[in-house]
Design a binder for this molecule. Structure first.
Ligand code: COA
Length: 153
């Protein structure tokens, strides 16, 4: 399938909230980081089908948050293309480490990030239980902890 064209979201673009909420159910969390981070969108035939956000965290470190691909386009390589773009963008900006966090129940996401070169370095215990107001389940497993992953750039 045609690979998405990936570029930074501009003021003329509409913010694709439906994609942001696909990766993060918390309206409060999304509202917080979209204004602190830079949003990048993936488009196929001018339709926005994917998104990711880059958020500087600590010196030399930036975080990939809210990676999402429209359900109709999943499983076709768009997620990998967005991650490769995020790695290249973070590197171009001079960062040394790109981090990402994903739920313990996200088996597909854990596979995807590791296939893209990320490695697990820690676990933020009870992150989802503490900060989300209702239980989240994926693959029949409760999402309680955030698995922290990183790639050296
Ligand atoms: N075991 C092993 N590999 C798995 C897997 C599993 N259970 N589930 C997925 N994968 C692999 C696929 O095999 C594929 O790798 P391959 O190309 O080597 O075969 C890769 O993960 C998926 O790649 P791709 O098609 O590029 O991903 P995608 O376009 O479907 O996007 C998400 C992936 C996660 C962005 C998409 O599913 C999505 O938007 N999900 C909802 C939001 C979300 O959970 N975001 C992540 C927040 S951390």
């Amino acid at each position: 399938m045609q690979q998405p064209e990936i570029r930074k979201l501009t003021h003329e673009d509409e913010i694709p909230y439906h994609l942001l909420y696909l990766a993060d159910e918390s309206i409060t969390a999304v509202a917080d980081y979209i204004h602190r981070g830079e949003m990048y969108i993936g488009q196929v035939n001018r339709e926005t089908i994917g998104i990711y956000v880059l958020l500087p965290t600590r010196p030399f470190t930036i975080e990939l948050i809210n990676l999402a691909v429209d359900e109709a386009y999943q499983g076709k390589g768009c997620g990998k293309a967005l991650i490769r773009h995020a790695i290249a963008t973070a590197k171009e900006k001079g960062y040394k480490v790109l981090e990402v966090g994903t739920g313990n129940a996200g088996i597909g996401q854990l596979a995807l990030y590791q296939k893209c070169g990320f490695t697990i370095y820690g676990v933020d215990l009870d992150f989802f239980e503490k900060h989300y107001d209702h239980p989240i389940f994926e693959n029949g497993i409760q999402c309680l902890h955030m698995i922290r992953m990183k790639i050296d750039l």
